[in-house]
Structure formats: structure tokens, C-alpha cells
Design a protein around this ligand. Structure first.
Ligand code: NAD
Length: 466
């Protein structure tokens, strides 16, 4: 696999660039719905007309199978933008609300208004989706945007840096390429909202930088997303759905099932079924499979190889360093104190830990930081309810993995260590807006009740009214 060097944006131009974009916002060009509609349509054109280039870049960066790249980084984004286009007028209408008696006569509304200039910082694992979906939300909300793709997925960054100025209005929408120095220079500027997707360490850097200007942040972070399998579960279906969610993008998915807590009564059957699923999905030698990706960098390859020490290999375990290939791997006899069970795996390793009861699984999860996603497999509804009401997670799929992200009516985001704020569908638009409360009074009536002097009679009336 070839590594592309990312040409970075000259840091010295960044302050002036952000000033220009702010001027564009102030001038009002981003506010009309027609401008927003036009930009959103152009984003769709960018994706559709350059699908081949984008898929090739994803293959270079991540060995991403074309089918996966198409679904997650093209079709998903087009779907989100199409929904925004359909609902643009509706979601940007002021919302009428009722007014209490004391304020009458008056009308009350919440008026959605753009916050201003938005900074979007994206990671490398779904480098198109995680950049352009928040950008679309910011535009649909009427903002100007500066976006920065990840330098780690350098081929995709280069394609996007070529296409964004070609398709989008560069007065108000800009792309900056680069790594820490460029991002640091961006974070020195004043933005009205920062939307960051990536790891929690950098999330803290972003939030501290934002604090200087009291800039609100959305932090889309990660963590160890647990999967619980009850003895009542349909074990075969669970194994297939877990295998799909785990080994998509070679495990480099923020909501991939990180580890499995399986009821001991069905643990052996689960290992057996997941082995069958791996063979069915990727063949006897997954390295030859067109449907299985690669680890993004040598650093992550080394990290993942050493994480394997935390358990005994039951399935897979093969690695090829110069191809950054790590086989779909299932680990058993896991040391729960090891790194494998403490840091987010973010790769194709699946530790499986048997538990004596669902209570034990719940205790294990509840004693750790809130995950981005949680999965529970059970036919017994009481078990599902018990897990749901005794754990916290950014989002949940029951009897499946990943799929809660596919419904734009469900806000997507983390809680606690897995992040703050959310997006997708209408939530994406609201994330970048201030819902300005406006109470507009009529002047035909102007009772003196509320005005001084506060007589006994008035106070009595107050007590009745309030
Ligand atoms: P990454 O290394 O690409 O970093 C993300 C972004 O942060 C990049 O644009 C990078 O340039 C920037 N960055 C890195 N160091 C910086 C610094 N010191 N100062 C300022 N900016 C800096 O990606 P990553 O962090 O390895 O991404 C993987 C993590 O992201 C995982 O934890 C994963 O779970 C999480 N993730 C979350 C979501 C979500 O939607 N919640 C989605 C994908 C990934």
C-alpha cells in the first residue's frame, strides 16, 4: 500500500482565511435557503461525480472494499443530505410555542438562527462521511464552515481538498489540510461552534482551545462499546451481526462492538458460530478477501499486535506487517486487567468474556466509562429492559450492531467519555443553530397590574394569576 504525503495548508494563511469566511457570514450570503439548497446539491454532485476517485482514495488509505466505501462514505452522506434538502424549509421555520397568561397579549416563537462560522475536524476511519455530514448540517443551518480532514487518511484528504473548492462556494466554505500544527493554528482562531470527531485526548485539547472564546463544542469520541449476549439470544444471528459490525473497515469503526460479554451457557456456541460467520464472510484466508480492509498505519498495526497479548487466540491471529493485515481475530481467556480490556481496540480483535449472569455483565459495563454504543442480544425482553435501564451509552442497537446510526431520526453522539452533542437528520441542523426565543407583545392592552406601585390589591391579584 502506498502512503500519500498530505500537502498541508500554509499555517500563515489560516487567520486571514477564517477572517474572510467570517466576513462572508456577516455579509449574509449563507442565510438564504436558496444558497443552502444550492450548496447541499453541489455536495451531492461532488460525491456522485467523483465516486470513483473517492473510492480509490479510500482503498489507498484503508484498503476499504469498494462496497463498504460506497455504503458508508458515499450513499450514507448522500442520504443525509437528501433528507436535509427535503426538510430544509420545515427545519428552518420558527417554532411557535404557547404563552402563559401573565405575558398576554403576546406571541412566542423560537427562531432558528445560524451560529456563525463552524469548524469541523474529522478523523481517518470514515474520512468522507465524518467530514461532510457535519459540514452539511452546518450549511443547512445557514453557517459558514471551515473543515479539516484527517492527515492520516491522506489520499482521501487530497481528493477532498481538490474537490471542495471546485464544487462549493469558497467565500463561505473552506478546507484546510494538515495535521497538528495546522489544527492548532485553526484552534487559535475564533469559531462559533467546533465539531470534532476523534479520540478523547485530542477532544480535551479541542475543548480547552474552545474555552478561550466560550465556543460550544460537539465532541464525537469513542471508547469501548460492549456487546452483551444473553442465554436467550439467537446465537447464530448474534454471531453474524457482531462479525459484520466488528470486521467492517477492519474493526476501525467508532461504534464497532469492542468486546463481548456472553452468558457462559452459550459462550462455546457463540465462538463456534462466529468462526462460521468469519469463514462465510471472508473465506478461509481473509487476506485474500476483497471484502476485508487493512489497518490504517504502522503505528496502529504495532499497537494492535501487542494488544493480542491480553488473551488467547481462538480464531485468526495472523498478521502481515508490510500489508498492515491483521486477520479477524477472536480472543478468549481474556485478562480483564490487560490493555486489551482497557483501551479502545479500534481494530479487528474481538475479546470474548463469559459472564455468569446478565447482572455481572451490567456491573462490568456500569463500572467503566460510558461507551459510545452498546449492543444487547436477547429474546427475553426483560433482559433487554434490565440492560437498558441499568447502563448508559451514546446509542444502542438491540439484537444487532451499528444499525442505530442508520436512522437519521435517532440523534447520534456520545455521553460522558464518549462525547457530547449529537447529529444526524434534524439534530445535525439544530446542533449548529441557536434557537432564539422571541416573545412579541401586542400594545393594545397595557394593564397597570405589573407596574409599581405594588399595592395590596395588586399583590392579591398576582397571587391568583401566577
Ligand atoms: P485522527 O488521528 O485522524 O485525529 C482526528 C483529528 O484530530 C484529525 O483531524 C487530526 O488532525 C486532529 N488532531 C490530532 N492531534 C491533534 C492535536 N494535538 N491538536 C489538534 N488536533 C489534532 O483520528 P483518531 O483520533 O485516531 O480517531 C479515532 C478515534 O475517533 C477513536 O477513538 C474513535 O472511536 C473515534 N471516532 C468517533 C466517532 C464518532 O462519531 N463518535 C467516529 C469516528 C471515530
Amino acid at each position: 500500500m502506498t502512503m500519500h504525503m498530505t500537502p498541508s495548508t500554509d499555517v500563515s494563511v489560516i487567520p486571514a482565511m477564517v477572517t474572510d469566511v467570517r466576513e462572508a457570514f456577516r455579509s449574509g450570503i449563507t442565510r438564504p435557503l436558496d444558497w443552502r439548497r444550492d450548496q447541499l446539491k453541489k455536495m451531492i454532485a461532488l460525491l456522485e461525480e467523483n465516486e470513483a476517485d473517492l473510492l480509490e482514495a479510500l482503498r489507498i488509505d484503508l484498503g476499504k472494499p469498494a462496497a463498504e466505501g460506497f455504503i458508508t462514505d458515499i450513499a450514507f452522506v448522500v442520504g443525509e443530505i437528501t433528507m436535509m434538502l427535503k426538510n430544509l424549509a420545515k427545519w428552518n421555520k420558527p417554532e411557535r410555542v404557547s404563552t402563559p397568561l401573565v405575558a398576554l397579549p403576546a406571541k412566542s416563537r423560537r427562531i432558528p438562527e445560524p451560529v456563525g462560522v463552524v469548524l469541523v475536524i474529522a478523523p481517518w476511519n470514515y474520512p468522507v462521511q465524518l467530514l461532510l455530514v457535519p459540514v452539511a448540517g452546518a450549511i443547512a443551518a445557514g453557517n459558514a464552515v471551515v473543515m479539516k480532514p484527517s492527515e492520516v487518511s491522506s489520499a482521501t484528504s487530497a481528493v477532498l481538498a481538490r474537490l471542495v473548492p471546485k464544487y462549493l462556494d469558497d467565500r463561505a466554505v473552506r478546507i484546510v489540510e494538515g495535521a497538528v500544527p495546522e489544527t492548532t493554528a485553526l484552534l487559535d482562531q475564533h469559531f462559533d461552534h467546533i465539531f470534532y470527531t476523534g479520540n478523547g485526548t485530542v477532544g480535551r485539547v479541542v475543548m480547552s482551545a474552545a474555552a478561550k472564546n466560550l465556543t460550544p463544542v460537539t465532541l464525537e469520541l469513542g471508547g469501548k462499546s460492549p456487546t452483551v449476549i444473553d442465554e436467550s439470544a439467537n446465537v447464530r444471528v448474534a454471531a453474524r451481526r457482531i462479525a459484520w459490525g466488528k470486521w467492517m473497515n477492519a474493526g476501525q469503526t467508532c461504534i464497532a462492538p469492542d468486546y463481548v460479554l456472553v452468558h457462559q451457557k452459550v459462550a462455546d456456541r457463540f465462538i463456534d458460530e462466529i468462526g462460521k460467520a468469519i469463514t462465510e464472510f471472508y473465506g478461509d484466508d481473509p487476506r485474500q478477501s476483497e471484502s476485508f480492509g487493512r489497518v490504517v498505519s504502522d503505528r496502529h498495526f504495532a499497537r494492535l499486535s501487542s494488544l493480542m497479548a491480553g488473551g488467547k487466540i481462538a480464531i485468526g491471529g495472523q498478521t502481515v506487517a508490510d500489508d498492515r493485515y491483521i486477520a479477524p481475530t477472536v480472543l478468549v481467556d481474556v485478562d480483564t486487567d490487560s490493555q486489551l480490556m482497557h483501551e479502545e481496540i479500534f481494530g479487528p480483535l474481538l475479546p470474548v468474556v463469559p459472564v455468569a449472569s446478565i447482572g455481572d455483565a451490567v456491573d462490568f459495563i456500569a463500572s467503566r466509562p460510558h461507551p459510545l454504543a452498546l449492543y444487547v442480544f436477547a429474546e427475553n425482553k426483560k433482559v433487554v429492559d434490565h440492560v437498558l435501564s441499568n447502563t448508559t451509552a451514546g446509542g444502542v442497537t438491540v439484537n444487532g450492531t451499528i444499525m442505530h446510526i442508520s436512522n437519521p431520526n435517532l440523534p447520534f453522539g456520545g455521553v460522558g467519555e464518549s462525547g457530547m452533542g449529537a447529529y444526524h437528520g434534524k439534530t445535525s441542523v439544530r446542533q449548529f443553530q441557536h434557537m432564539k426565543p422571541v416573545l412579541a407583545r401586542g400594545t393594545k392592552l397595557d394593564p397597570s397590574l405589573a407596574y409599581p406601585p405594588y399595592t395590596e390589591k395588586k399583590i392579591k391579584l398576582f397571587r391568583k394569576l401566577l
